[in-house]
Design a protein. Structure first.
Length: 356
């Protein structure tokens, strides 16, 4: 059986134009027989397009009565595929004609060869013909994903994705109703240790991407909110630590003129670390993993002693400005600490996920 026979093409669509009908026609000509189109609450004037598609034997159309967002449209499709196309692979395709049928096939074939991986059809954003907002948005998101997740992804916003049947259950429980859902999908792969593979595809922008319903302000905020909680927790805890260090430095500087930095560092870190641990465990990483407290405080003690030693050493060289010194050095240690917390302290092990 051809990989095309075992693949469902899922096309979420909101207020499409004739490009959707052209795309579906080309897909059918390429011998795909299972096409699922989600009408995400399009206006009445677009009904004719969906009625025409629904008459095709290869196409199933599911309609939302009101617009619910791309994330919800994808979930509707995943749920239908899970219940009606057992053990079929899914390839998601945007409705605006910016994915070539040849590239759809490349992603579907790669998924057949790697049936437990998420496949991303990635575009090249280095060309001069790429719209500025697309180039900037993708480059910024790549940096954020690399830092927060430790994953290098060429195209974080691609809608052309190959999804194994075994992933559908997990993806239905992933949060997000609009474009942030696609980013959360990548987060879920990180949490589940699902490999992500990339396939290079043609970069097509029609009419400067004017047909896209992506709101660069609203949707970007929702996408980056996934990461803002990571950074906010650490910065807030960092601020608590600096505030307490300043207070304890004032209290102990006259009493212990040599040791006050070490004392202030230890006292501030004990209190701020309690705050940081519970915020990170319950809100940031949402970890139910065992032994996180032991790992967290092992890291915290090492970081605390490193901070105290470095601040003391630099203070002895300069002779003043201990608070400023601590801010600079702890900013560097903060970045290092985040990566260690993400990869070691709060990372859920496979054996623990299996027990759950």
């Amino acid at each position: 059986m051809s990989f095309k026979d075992n693949t469902v093409l899922l096309i979420p669509s909101y207020n499409p134009d004739e490009k959707l009908k052209i795309l579906v026609d080309e897909i059918i000509k390429a011998n795909y027989s299972k096409i699922l189109v989600i009408n995400d609450g399009s206006i009445v004037e677009k009904k004719e397009i969906f009625d025409t598609l629904s008459q095709l034997d290869e196409v199933t159309v599911i309609s939302h009565t009101v617009n619910q967002g791309k994330g919800r449209a994808l979930k509707t499709g995943f749920d239908y595929i899970r219940n009606h196309f057992h053990n079929h692979a899914t390839v998601t395709v945007d409705a605006d004609g910016q994915h070539a049928v040849e590239d759809i096939g490349k992603v579907a074939l790669e998924l057949q060869q790697n049936p437990e991986s998420l496949i991303l059809g990635v575009r090249d954003f280095s060309g001069e013909d790429i719209p500025a907002r697309s180039r900037f948005g993708n480059n910024l998101t790549k940096v954020v994903v690399k830092f927060t997740l430790g994953i290098t992804i060429t195209d974080t916003q691609t809608g052309l994705r190959g999804i194994p049947f075994g992933m559908l259950d997990n993806l239905l429980s992933v949060k997000g109703e609009r474009y942030e859902y696609e980013m959360n999908m990548i987060l879920e792969c990180k949490n589940q240790e699902t490999s992500i593979k990339e396939v290079s595809i043609e970069t097509i922008y029609i009419e400067e991407n004017e047909s896209s319903h992506f709101n660069p302000i609203v949707d970007s905020i929702k996408i980056y909110s996934v990461f803002l909680k990571f950074i906010s927790s650490s910065l807030l805890s960092f601020g608590v630590d600096i505030l307490l260090f300043t207070l304890f430095s004032i209290l102990f500087k006259e009493i212990y003129p040599v040791e006050f930095i070490l004392i202030a560092t230890v006292a501030a870190r004990i209190l701020s670390s309690l705050f940081n641990y519970f915020v990170n465990k319950k809100i940031v990483f949402r970890s139910d993993s065992r032994n996180t407290a032991i790992r967290y405080y092992a890291l915290s003690i090492i970081q605390m002693l490193t901070s105290a030693f470095l601040v003391f050493a630099v203070y002895q060289l300069i002779g003043d400005g201990e608070v400023a010194i601590k801010i600079v050095l702890d900013s560097i240690l903060f970045l290092i600490s985040y990566v260690i917390q993400r990869e070691w302290v709060f990372r859920k092990r496979k054996t623990e996920r299996q027990v759950d």
